[in-house]
Write a protein that binds this ligand. Structure first.
Ligand SMILES: Cc1ncc(COP(=O)(O)O)c(C=O)c1O
Length: 362
């Protein structure tokens, strides 16, 4: 079976370095908010070219804590896309705010700036553009809209670690960039983890308080915060993996290029020339009528495929919030998309096999 992800291949490549890092933490006797965490935070902010990085327990918390640090509270509205992983919505709800979902561009499936602008009202306090699949949203337009209406931008970079927009790294354009280190991500740890980057001193101070019960010194609580900390073991693992990220993203791009040049019978998203893609996912389109048979055909040939996402956020049973203008593109796209295996551990012969297999689909 060609699996969608292959963590055991990754671990066997990194085993010596990872084992050393984990043992170093175990030997140190310091497991929460110590040297490894601050070391990784420095490494990650340097990598991105951001002034500060505050690590947290997950990508979902990274969104919540960013919104809280920006002063978003109950009754405030936060605009985001319906075509995202549902945790984006949970991140907003956990901050006490109301998610307002808007539609996507049909060509790249990213949040539509026109839809954002149309959905803004007096209660709107923030926009969360989601850099889906490793692409980047149109940050020039989104930043202009945000400054016109004086609202914050928090970039959801869970799927775009290492992507850039007009030579600026994803996460460094809005007030905060929220990252996930869930194992499947381009930079993943071996459990849950996340981080926020910002250039703003006052936001940085708040982020640090909010992830640690609101305390600056032990047992002195300035504000009410969360318990949301990256642990020392995950931080040490991430410091091992970060130096490989660009090379791994390059491999992802090479696989994507091979798919784009050789696959027949599928349609693809349009890539803007302004972005450096990190191909967290390779998403193709096939007609709604054929998708199920196609994915069963792939499975029958030993190729795992997934759908990101089969149900857009506005159609989820749990969704509580506001849907702006029906999100028709998100609904129709969700029925046509299919994600093919793409990861740095895919062997050349496996990519070739996937291509041959797809091109033989009748
Ligand atoms: C776009 C997006 N936002 C937020 C998240 C939440 O990240 P985490 O799983 O680390 O909480 C994810 C991960 O699934 C995601 O893909």
């Amino acid at each position: 079976m060609i699996e969608f992800n292959n963590f055991s291949r990754e671990y066997s490549f990194l085993k010596d370095e990872i084992d050393l890092a984990i043992n170093r933490v175990l030997d140190s006797g310091r497991y929460v908010l110590s040297k490894e965490v601050s070391n990784f935070e420095n490494n990650f902010s340097n990598y991105l070219g951001a002034k500060y990085c505050v690590s947290v327990a997950s990508g979902t918390d990274a969104l919540t804590i960013s919104l809280m640090a920006l002063g978003i509270e109950s009754g405030d509205e936060v605009i985001t896309t319906s075509m995202t992983a549902y945790p984006t919505i949970i991140g907003i709800l956990n901050a006490g705010a109301k998610p307002v979902l808007v539609d996507i561009n049909p060509d790249d499936m990213l949040i539509s700036p026109d839809a954002i602008e149309a959905a803004i009202n007096k209660k709107t306090k923030a926009i969360i553009p989601v850099h889906l699949y490793g692409q980047c949203c149109n940050m020039e337009r989104i930043s202009k809209i945000a400054s016109k209406f004086n609202i914050h931008v928090v970039e959801d970079c869970a799927q775009s670690t290492g992507s850039s927009y007009k030579n600026k790294n994803a996460g460094t354009i809005g007030a905060c960039g929220a990252f996930s280190f869930y194992p499947t991500k381009n930079l993943g740890c071996y459990g849950d983890g996340g981080a926020i980057v910002t250039d703003q001193d006052d936001i940085y101070v708040k982020l640090k308080l909010l992830r640690n019960y609101g305390q600056e010194l032990n047992y002195n609580h300035n504000i009410n915060g969360l318990n949301s900390r990256l642990d020392e073991i995950q931080a040490a693992i991430l410091s091992v993996k970060l130096p490989y990220l660009d090379a791994w993203n390059k491999i992802r791009n090479e696989i994507a290029q091979k798919y784009l040049e050789n696959l027949q019978g599928l349609r693809f998203l349009t890539k803007s020339s302004h972005i450096t893609h990190s191909y967290h996912l390779f998403v193709a389109r096939i007609s709604e009528r054929e998708r199920e048979r196609f994915s069963q055909y792939l499975k029958g040939n030993g190729v795992q495929s997934l759908i990101h996402y089969p149900i857009p956020a506005h159609e989820q049973a749990a969704f509580e919030g506001c849907i702006f203008d029906k999100c028709k593109q998100a609904s129709s796209s969700s029925k046509e998309i299919i994600s093919l295996p793409i990861n740095p551990w895919l062997k050349n012969e496996e990519t070739d096999f996937i291509i041959e297999c797809i091109n033989n689909f009748k």
